[in-house]
Design a protein around this ligand. Structure first.
Ligand code: FES
Length: 81
């Protein structure tokens, strides 16, 4: 089962297979600023401290650059752990 650990509290959030990070966080009661929910604005970015995510839909380079991906930035509305 995919798991997201929220920093700094360490709370574990369990996601369904293919569920996005954003969807899982919201289902668990976390709420933070989001925008389009479809990979178009970049507002939902968070830092990925460890682990990996996949993007099952295309993400525009203008929204999440290769440098940001390399630095661990995660676009939560599209990222699947
Ligand atoms: S909410 Fe717009 S890119 Fe994620």
């Amino acid at each position: 089962m995919p798991t997201v650990t929220v920093c700094p509290t360490g709370e574990a959030i369990y996601l369904a297979p293919d569920e996005t990070v954003l969807s899982g966080l919201y289902a668990a009661g976390f709420a933070y600023a989001i925008g389009c929910r479809r990979g178009g604005c970049g507002i939902c970015k968070v830092d990925l401290v460890s682990g990996r995510v996949a993007y099952n839909r295309t993400i525009a380079e203008t929204v999440l650059t290769a440098d940001e991906r390399a630095a661990g930035t995660c676009l939560t509305c599209r990222a699947v752990p």
